[in-house]
Design a protein. Structure first.
Length: 90
């Protein structure tokens, strides 16, 4: 099976949300699904609100629905958006 590289935008529900806790829970959830090379970046949105950009590799057969379900279930997450989905080679 192939591997896909995903970039996910995780939006917290408020500027006061603990981004480190969101990252920790997201890392744990995707580790369980077999994700590799997980990286995070904070992206300023507006008025102090920051999105968590999460990039990782995942076996293609896992599908994006699983990713969205796990990440949306994290406390203080408002929305989860797939920003980029690419098949990785090699």
């Amino acid at each position: 099976m192939a591997t896909v590289t995903l970039i996910i935008k995780i939006m917290p529900d408020s500027p006061e949300a603990d981004l480190q806790a969101i990252k920790t829970h997201a890392q744990h959830a995707m580790d369980k699904e077999g994700a590799k090379h997980i990286h995070f970046e904070e992206k300023p949105i507006a008025f102090g609100l920051k999105a968590v950009m999460m990039k990782f590799d995942l076996p293609e057969e896992k599908g994006t629905e699983t990713v969205e379900q796990h990440l949306s279930a994290i406390h203080h997450v408002s929305s989860v958006t797939i920003e980029d989905y690419r098949r990785a080679f090699g």
